[in-house]
Design a binder for this molecule. Structure first.
Ligand code: ZN
Length: 199
């Protein structure tokens, strides 16, 4: 069932989400939650969704990045940003470890912060340990855009929104014009723009 996505004023987005008990992962309740989250993410559409965004303060995240979402991005930009299709998967009780100090900067938006994007720093390479929807322990090394999605979604589980860690002067409205303007921007251009915002 497609659920309503709560917006930034909702206090649930500021709570710390609770861990799911391992033997509860395969329960009807959690499986039903996962199904609703997938349907809601795809309908939005978005590349990720955290359970608090549909009003459930549990550590569950769904992620899926489809090629059709960035079909008009130049190949060289895909390579630079590390954007590639990510098949649908579920992360329960994810634990993120930063593997490098280096950060990457790009516009980021959120289904719970309607209408705007801001340049948001994210660590370039991370490790995530989590349980999948079957309760199996998994570990993944992520970089590029995938690492950004994971950091964004796992921040939701800690009550953090991208607007907490981004430069507010870099805010743009989510119009088609702005999307097209920045879609194929190089990292150096983003960093140049960010410097202007910071000055
Ligand atoms: Zn979000």
């Amino acid at each position: 069932m497609i659920r309503k996505i709560v917006q930034k004023e909702n206090p649930i987005l500021r709570q710390k989400a609770l861990e799911v008990e391992k033997n509860h992962i395969t329960s009807y309740e959690i499986q039903n939650l996962i199904t609703s989250m997938i349907e809601t993410m795809r309908a939005a559409p978005g590349v990720g969704l955290a359970a608090p965004q549909i009003g459930v303060a549990l550590q569950v995240v769904v992620i899926e990045d489809k090629e059709e979402y960035f079909i008009d991005m130049l190949s060289e930009i895909k390579v630079e940003r590390g954007r590639k299709p990510i098949p649908l998967h579920v992360m329960i009780n994810p634990k993120v470890t930063f593997l490098v100090n280096e950060k990457t900067y790009f516009f980021e938006g959120c289904l719970s912060v309607n209408g705007c994007s801001r340049i948001t720093p994210r660590v370039k390479k991370i490790k995530v340990e989590y349980f999948n929807e079957k309760g199996e322990h998994k570990e993944v090394i992520a970089d590029g855009w995938y690492a950004r999605i994971i950091q964004h979604e796992t921040d939701h589980l800690k009550g953090i929104l991208f607007t907490d860690i981004s430069n507010n002067k870099s805010e743009i409205s989510n119009t088609t014009e702005n999307r097209n303007k920045w879609l194929n921007a190089k990292a150096v251009d983003i960093e140049k723009y960010l410097k202007i915002c910071e000055s």
